[in-house]
Design a protein around this ligand. Structure first.
Ligand SMILES: C[S@@+](CC[C@H](N)C(=O)[O-])C[C@H]1O[C@@H](n2cnc3c(N)ncnc32)[C@H](O)[C@@H]1O
Length: 297
């Protein structure tokens, strides 16, 4: 059974309609997939899975909520063949915002298990180069299986803590986070949630965002994302970057319902530029909650 801690309710009730947030935290997620266009077209997959109903994800043309005879989509033969990736609809946003192109050198700094790496490889038509990095060896195994299953050819896997001597054209920092936007996927998050953990994660995220920014070529783009709704892991991390580096934010315009960003927290006022970022709560679009920032060097 789930239980919302007092401190959890107290914290997030300052930023959103807490009853609606809690309602969506425990509501089952709608199943969504992203068609792997390296192996099959959207039309062909729809024909193969013709006993499933496909509903378009508005912000990703290969993304669909699907309903049909089976819910264990990962066990379908079409999944084993790499025709699709089971991916939450909001998790498709960061690669769409980064928009990797065929001739570019991309760093996916925290890549495992590879939902966004495989999405970016498809966007790049398997051309250019992606460096897919993670620091957890066990998670790299899942990443490598997903790359193979999806027929990815433009990606190398690394296990590194920094990339000081290499500069990239684009970087995705899908940061390790508390997962407070994804409670509906893992109710365990409610059990382990505490403010000390959030603070520790925020420190890691601040270090990672500076390192990522420093590994970027001039006039290039870094996308920072989390599936957390906590301001300390999101607006505060971006505010920290703006204070410490000459970074510019770019507005994210997508066909999606978004919520106001948080600019005041515990006596702190964050940079107004952060309004250009995307904050979504689970109740906004009936997805996971996500935060995405598009940063230019
Ligand atoms: C949110 S998950 C990434 C999900 C992945 N981008 C995807 O879409 O499938 C965060 C990842 O960060 C990794 N991680 C944690 N600390 C890291 C660090 N210092 N450098 C690189 N990766 C790290 C974790 O092992 C975890 O796999």
């Amino acid at each position: 059974m789930y239980k919302f801690k007092e401190k959890f309710l107290e914290k997030y009730s300052k930023f959103t309609d807490i009853n609606r947030f809690c309602e969506y935290c425990v509501k089952p997620l709608n199943k969504s997939i992203r068609v792997n266009t390296l192996k099959i077209s959207v039309k062909e997959l729809k024909e193969k899975l013709n006993n499933y109903n496909f509903r378009q994800v508005p912000w990703c043309k290969e993304g669909f909520w699907i309903k049909g005879p089976r819910t264990d989509l990962g066990n379908l033969p079409e999944h084993s063949l790499g025709y699709f990736y089971v991916q939450e609809a909001a998790s498709m946003i960061p690669p769409v915002v980064l928009n990797p192109r065929e001739n570019e050198l991309i760093l996916d700094l925290a890549a495992a298990p590879g939902s966004k790496t495989t999405q970016m490889a498809a966007m790049m038509n398997n051309k250019g180069i992606i460096v897919a990095n993670d620091i957890k060896y066990d998670r790299l195994k899942a990443l490598s299986i997903n790359l193979q299953r999806c027929g990815i050819l433009n990606t190398i896997i690394t296990l590194r803590t920094n990339f000081k001597n290499i500069k990239f054209d684009k970087i995705l920092l899908d940061a390790p986070c508390s997962g407070t936007g994804a409670i509906r996927k893992s109710l365990m998050t409610l059990k382990i949630w505490n403010n000390n953990m959030i603070r520790k994660l925020a420190n890691d995220q601040k270090r990672l965002i500076l390192n990522s920014f420093d590994s970027l070529n001039d006039d290039c783009v870094l996308v920072y994302s989390t599936c957390s709704v906590d301001p300390e892991e999101n607006e505060e991390v971006i505010d920290f970057l703006l204070k410490n580096r000459d970074a510019k934010l770019e507005k994210i315009d997508l066909d999606i319902k978004k919520s106001p960003v948080i600019l005041e927290y515990e006596e702190k006022n964050y940079n107004e530029e952060i309004k250009k970022c995307l904050r979504i709560w689970p109740q906004d679009n009936d997805t996971e909650g996500f935060f995405v920032a598009k940063i230019r060097k």
